[in-house]
Design a binder for this molecule. Structure first.
Ligand SMILES: Cc1cc2nc3c(=O)[nH]c(=O)nc-3n(C[C@H](O)[C@H](O)[C@H](O)COP(=O)(O)OP(=O)(O)OC[C@H]3O[C@@H](n4cnc5c(N)ncnc54)[C@H](O)[C@@H]3O)c2cc1C
Length: 497
């Protein structure tokens, strides 16, 4: 380091919802912060997000049945409770007055004919159960009471739940305002891409090299680079990276549609999570109606939407949401890459004996969780506060397994079949059972070949069964865990709530 080079208190790599939220909170609390990311937000999940404040709407049967799943729900609830004040703080720091960062019209979950009993009905019941258990306001609707939806034939809703306090964020306005709030609070927003991380030991300031040759120094470095975070970790700390769950890219497409003959949805309208994705949802926006979203695990982040995914999304929007979308135009196609750790849970906390922190792996609901995670991580960095909720999600960890192997295989099969039913396949009535048996055998053989006992979550399992790149990643991560007894002892065999 040259004697003149400034040393930041904290340098954040990644300018998505998480990096920006943390940068804002740290700068506001008086730290000297640099936040590095390309201004176009290449590959970013955040700019493709709905972004629903999905909390109870994200609940699934399986989420409620594991300790880690419950902890994730509690983070979602805690995040939901602070969004209002968070937006007020950002607006004040950005000096933007009455701009609308959130639509506060609630969410209506629909149980419709586009799904299956095994997935949609079970998850719908789990959502209702969680709302009652946590004492949150909601209203049950008969099918004919569900507003706005004009679905065709068998796709009409049978039931609904309106959740008045589950809102949505106006993504473009929010990200711009948060950037301004960060800068106004004294943060340095640096348009660039980090190529290399150096000197991460705790004895001296760490540094990063940017692709344009610049070098920056900081006492703490936070990896919040979304789906690319694990690649950067591997190049910086090749001995430690194998102990951290690899992060895959949950590539997803969504669209912004013009109204055509479709009226504005009175709230977010969505199905439960289904078929490995975050359900079909329509979100009212100032510029039109956002419809999302697809989800496919990929080895590398994607820049463009795949034709079959867009085709399926638009068709479902017309069949299950509103037939009037047949008169709409496509104003924008959004593509993003969710950071998906191979055990399905976030990576939050410091890498032991280094100055490197990780804040990523938030999969489907990182936008919603961002203010909560930013608050708690800022306290950990500045005050050394211990956050109990983060204990389970520390980056260096043995794989989290949220159920027994046979149950995870069964769930994988249910979701795989749900893809077929949602695409309105027509097969003889006895074929779904036969196909289910074949898929179960295929998935069982794939996991047995992978490891004696450890089983990945259903969406990762299904992708792994067809993809060698994912098998390699899982084998190498599970191998470290199997060899290292100290890691084994830190982890329960099965995590059942
Ligand atoms: C289609 C879709 C819909 C979604 N809907 C919702 C929703 O409704 N609600 C919700 O809560 N969540 C939703 N999500 C998930 C949510 O978007 C993510 O969990 C969250 O936004 C992740 O934020 P992030 O800041 O960690 O990552 P990202 O937004 O991916 O940001 C990472 C940033 O790091 C930058 N970067 C990468 N490499 C480098 C480098 N070497 N140097 C510097 N910068 C780098 C990237 O360019 C990017 O801008 C959705 C995601 C998708 C794809």
């Amino acid at each position: 380091m040259t004697s003149k080079a400034a040393v930041y208190d904290t340098l954040i790599i990644g300018n998505g919802a998480l990096g920006l939220a943390l940068g804002f909170r740290l700068a506001q609390r008086g730290q000297r912060i640099a936040l590095v990311g390309p201004s176009a937000r290449r590959y970013s999940a955040s700019q493709a997000a709905g972004a629903m404040n999905g909390c109870f709407g994200e609940v699934t049967r399986d989420l409620l049945s594991s300790v880690h799943g419950r902890q994730k729900l509690e983070m979602d609830i805690a995040a939901g409770d602070i969004w209002e004040q968070w937006c007020d703080e950002i607006k004040e720091a950005a000096g933007v007055g009455e701009i609308s960062l959130r639509r506060k019209e609630g969410t209506t979950i629909i149980l419709n004919g586009g799904g299956t009993d095994a997935v949609d009905t079970e998850n719908f019941v789990a959502i209702r159960q969680a709302l009652s258990e946590y004492g949150r306001s909601h209203q049950l609707l008969e099918g004919h009471e569900v507003p706005w939806v004009t679905a065709q034939g068998g796709n009409r809703p049978f039931q609904g739940i309106h959740i008045p306090d589950e809102h949505s964020i106006n993504t473009p306005a929010y990200l711009v305002t948060l950037e301004t709030a960060f800068r106004n609070s004294g943060g340095d927003l640096i348009d660039g891409t980090v190529q290399e991380l150096l000197s991460l030991q705790t004895s001296a300031a760490g540094s990063v090299h940017l692709t344009d040759g610049r070098q920056l120094y900081a006492n703490n470095i936070v990896l919040a680079a979304g789906a690319l975070s694990h690649d950067l970790l591997t190049s910086a700390l090749p001995d430690i990276a194998p102990y951290v769950p690899p992060v895959t890219s949950g590539y997803g497409a969504s669209v912004l549609l013009s109204h055509g003959s479709v009226p504005r949805p009175p709230s977010v309208i969505r199905t439960p999570n289904r078929a490995f994705a975050c359900g079909l949802h329509a979100v009212p926006r100032d510029e039109g109606i956002y419809v999302g979203a697809t989800n496919k695990l990929q080895e590398k982040p994607q820049l463009f939407a795949h034709v079959p995914d867009l085709h399926a999304l638009l068709e479902r929007a017309m069949r299950q949401m509103h037939a009037g979308f047949g008169t709409s135009g496509v104003l924008a196609v959004n593509v993003g890459n969710r950071p998906v750790p191979v055990d399905g849970f976030p990576l939050i906390g410091v890498i032991p004996d280094t100055r490197l922190w990780m804040l990523t792996g938030t999969y489907r609901d990182g936008f919603h969780q961002s203010p909560f995670l930013a608050d708690r991580m800022a306290s950990a960095i500045i005050d050394g506060t211990h956050e109990p909720l983060f204990d389970s999600f520390a980056p260096v960890r043995a794989p989290i397994q949220t159920g027994r192997r046979e149950d995870l295989i069964a769930t994988a099969v249910e979701h795989a079949l749900a893809v077929g039913f949602e695409a309105e396949w027509r097969v003889s009535v006895r074929w779904p059972t036969r196909i289910a048996d074949l898929l179960a055998s295929k998935y069982r053989a794939a996991v047995e070949d992978l490891h004696d006992t450890i089983t990945p979550p259903p969406d990762v399992l299904v992708c792994m069964a067809d993809n060698d790149w994912l098998k390699r990643k899982l084998r190498s991560y599970y191998g470290v865990y199997s060899r290292d007894r100290s890691l084994q002892e830190r982890q329960p065999k099965f995590d059942v709530a």
